[in-house]
Design a protein. Structure first.
Length: 389
């Protein structure tokens, strides 16, 4: 059933005397028992125009803010070479398209766009099921940040991989500012955002704007910088035994998971890092996943639900943050969303779906987006920064 705001009300012609329709008796007998008069032509035209104007207003009202969000996103990347890829802006759920029948009728004017349905599902999961939602990204794709900003509807604290735990004093200072007047500029100033590598990677302003507008806690998800570096250099010995146990790092990955983790380290560093460094770097990645999971568990314990903004590697359910959430909070509902760039000549959605050892997709939702234009090959740029032996 459609809402009143999206459905046209039944209009009937008048059956009682009306000056608009030409005097007494049209549609009934008047007091003088004259034959009914038909409407005056100019008044009939005006009435038809009025009804048409009302109809077009109702139709326009059916254009939801979510439709406009999608149009805005499409427009922002219309000049990107892959913007017209057939999969761009399509969404998969557990490897299958979101079914059209799964509509929230009270906010629908017919078929809702997939982006709208995803936003509705995520908001409902957080508000009704206290879910933890993980939103992935390709770090340098601005569209991923703008898209996820549209998905941050709800009342959940938002944790950022891009903010480290040692930056907590900056977040405390931001939280101390008057809620009604604090701005994104205040947040980035206190974080010294312009001096971070993230500020050079992409524009995270849309996400920060949504987080600030929510007036809810903004959380540091990443571990302190010194501990990330220490674990990448020395592995497990960089952390106290109690901390490793508390975070679930003592539970080993399977051989297949471990092999995949090492392969991911090599691929993400474009083969430029010596293989001897891979195990400790993979452990540092595990530590970051476990620490992010810890941040979300604490936030959900206080607020019911939570959202994580992070890279796609941390979102995957087979060995990323969701894996640690399952170890420590097995009853908590967790939803992972990957944002994936389309590739030229690759139009079968199933070709993009990575699966775990059991064959299950490694994310609950996959959002396909155009590929961000890049002036340089990221791998060539990385290799140029690695010291030659």
């Amino acid at each position: 059933m459609q809402s009143d705001s999206c459905s046209m009300k039944q209009r009937s012609l008048p059956t009682s005397p009306s000056p608009l329709w030409g005097g007494p008796g049209w549609g009934s007998r008047g007091l003088d028992d004259r034959a009914p008069e038909f409407p005056r032509p100019h008044l009939l035209v005006a009435t038809v125009m009025l009804i048409f104007a009302s109809w077009t207003t109702q139709v326009h009202a059916c254009k939801t803010p979510f439709d406009r969000d999608l149009e805005e996103l499409r427009s922002s990347v219309k000049d990107w070479p892959s913007a017209q890829h057939p999969l761009s802006f399509r969404i998969l759920i557990a490897g299958q398209p979101i079914p059209p029948a799964d509509l929230l009728k009270e906010t629908s004017c017919g078929d809702e766009p997939e982006f709208h349905r995803l936003q509705t599902r995520l908001a409902n999961a957080r508000s009704q099921q206290n879910a933890i939602v993980l939103l992935g990204e390709v770090h340098d794709n601005f569209l991923h940040h703008a898209s996820r900003a549209k998905l941050l509807v709800g009342t959940s604290p938002i944790a950022f991989e891009q903010i480290r735990a040692d930056q907590q004093p900056a977040l405390d200072a931001f939280a101390a500012l008057p809620v009604e007047t604090r701005t994104t500029s205040d947040l980035t100033r206190l974080l010294n955002w312009d001096k971070t590598s993230w500020s050079k990677t992409s524009n995270y302003t849309p996400l920060f704007d949504s987080a600030v507008a929510s007036k809810l806690p903004i959380l540091a998800a990443d571990p302190p910088r010194d501990l990330i570096r220490a674990t990448a250099k020395t592995g497990p010995s960089a952390l106290p035994a109690e901390e490793r146990s508390r975070l679930g790092l003592d539970t080993p990955l399977s051989d297949a998971q471990n092999a995949a983790s090492l392969a991911e380290i090599e691929a993400s560093h474009c083969g430029a890092i010596p293989k001897s460094a891979h195990p400790n770097m993979a452990y540092a990645q595990r530590y970051r996943d476990a620490h992010m999971a810890d941040t979300l568990i604490k936030a959900a314990a206080t607020n019911g639900s939570a959202v994580l903004i992070t890279g796609n590697g941390h979102v995957r359910s087979d060995r990323g943050v969701p894996w640690y959430l399952r170890q420590r909070a097995p009853d908590k509902k967790v939803i992972s969303v990957l944002l994936i760039e389309v590739e030229d000549g690759k139009t079968d959605p199933s070709d993009y779906v990575e699966r775990d050892e059991s064959g299950k997709p490694t994310a609950d939702y996959i959002v396909f987006t155009p590929r961000a234009p890049r002036d340089k090959d990221p791998c060539e740029e990385l290799r140029s920064k690695v010291p030659k032996n």
